[in-house]
Design a protein around this ligand. Sequence first.
Ligand code: FES
Length: 273
Amino acid sequence: MGKNIAKTKLDILFCDGGSCRKAGSELMVREARAYLRNNGLWDTTHTIKTRCNGRCEDAPTCIIQKGNFWYKKLTPNAIISVLESHLNNNQPIEEHLIYQDGWEALISNDERPEVKPKPFQYKIDDKLGDCIITKGFSSDQYLYPLFLFLKSVNEDVFLELENGKSYPFSQLERIDYSSAYTLKLHFKENKTISLVIGGVSKEEPLEVIQKKITSTEYFILEEKNARGVRFKDKLTRLVAIVHIPKTAYKTWEYCLKIQLKDTVINEKTHSNV
Ligand code: FES
């Protein structure tokens, strides 16, 4: 029988992501579970291992519910104190808290600055010529939403592959990202394009690993009155370009705001983009 969650008083979500494991989360989880087992608390508590909680700088972390208590820098000893305090006194241990409901800000001694794309720069590019360009993010957490947006926006935007073939997004019928790392774009007339956007395991063939998109550049060609997004793979080979005409306002606005996090366009370029 599974855990009877109607009976649990405390749910503990232990981060089992890479940073927390490196910082010793596994030993901490073992201690916590042994403590709960030996104190007859197994049936009234629930321990869950999660993927990254998004607070790697504070590793190892855990979240305690009911309530919303985010803990940092846990050790095998610290987690026992935390559990005792919640179970016996219904109180958190502030020394290890990153955040709890009601706080206006989190508390971390190791907070990292937000990662933002660099401002657009003027550049003479081998292929694009004179352009204004910046690098965006290339993880699937950015690229999958980007393609979903391009499908939904209904503007005159198209994809050009490295072989020169073009595919208007108005002809895109379906996007499939159910495989581990390959995004499939199904266009009308049974045309399917596959792009490697997710993390590829080292066990996969080298050819597949090398196809992963690792560079996503947003560019403006002032002379041609054009804008776009260029994707390159691990070997810096061109994979594809999304062409965004000047009339595709919503698409470009989305790129600047969501994909590039409102990165700065310097004053010289600002009036032209
Ligand atoms: S790996 Fe634990 S918070 Fe990121």
